[in-house]
Write a protein that binds this ligand. Structure first.
Ligand code: HEM
Length: 190
């Protein structure tokens, strides 16, 4: 399941192994951005009540450290099988910490925007684009793995807890989601 999702993402995002080489080359520069990115990331999350309430008191230093390590490994181009598998795991951890994918995707977008600004301030436009696109493709595959890890983990847990077969669960969810769409259409002003 995880392998198929990884393959789908890498193919459709057009991730290529050379992206890791590009990131590795500029690591001496991008690694110096880590503290600023991590600080901004958690300033945003702690400054917004729906995300601030996810955290335990005193949890911020540990969360900052985890994000710093994640960022540094990624920009070092240390992107191998264990790195990708770790992103799937993040999705599972996010389930029980109630970190839904709207939060995750929004924060990945913030990070990508800040990374782009830094690239444009640092390199001529062709190189800035090359570095940014390598970062963008890699982090888009990460977002996809976290989101799908979350969704599949959620389904798996429901299946195991409720004793459904996954095929039956999927058919029931298909029916229920169709009815949700119909209800939404009644509400939509045409
Ligand atoms: C760019 C998006 C994000 C990335 C790359 C990311 C990355 C990670 C990583 C690497 C872990 C550690 C997972 C493990 O133990 O294997 C983690 C856990 C966690 N993340 Fe995220 N995260 C993101 C977004 C968020 C957001 C938006 C929130 C809160 C609103 C959040 C809150 C947490 C929490 C509470 C944990 C659990 C820590 C624990 O209990 O061990 N994350 N995340």
């Amino acid at each position: 399941m995880y392998e198929q999702v990884l393959q789908n993402l890498c193919t459709l995002v057009q991730y290529r192994p050379e992206d890791a080489e590009v990131l590795k080359r500029v690591y001496p520069v991008t690694s110096t951005w880590a503290d600023e990115f991590v600080q901004n990331f958690y300033d945003v999350l702690f400054g917004y009540e729906p995300t601030a309430r996810i955290f335990q008191p005193n949890e911020r230093p540990a969360r900052e450290q985890t994000l710093r390590e994640w960022y540094l490994r990624l920009v070092k181009g240390d992107v191998d099988e264990s790195f990708w598998r770790g992103q799937w795991r993040v999705g599972l951890v996010h389930i029980y910490r109630r970190v839904t994918n709207d939060f995750m995707i929004a924060m990945m977008s913030c990070l990508q925007q800040e990374f782009l600004r830094k690239c444009m301030d640092t390199w001529p436009s062709a190189e800035a684009a090359e570095v940014f696109l390598a970062f963008k493709r890699t982090t888009d595959v990460v977002s996809g793995l976290i989101a799908e890890g979350y969704m599949r983990g959620y389904q798996q847990a429901m299946k195991e807890l409720l004793g459904f077969r996954i095929g039956l669960l999927e058919r029931l969810i298909d029916m229920e989601s169709k009815s949700l769409v119909e209800r939404l259409e009644h509400l939509t002003v045409k």
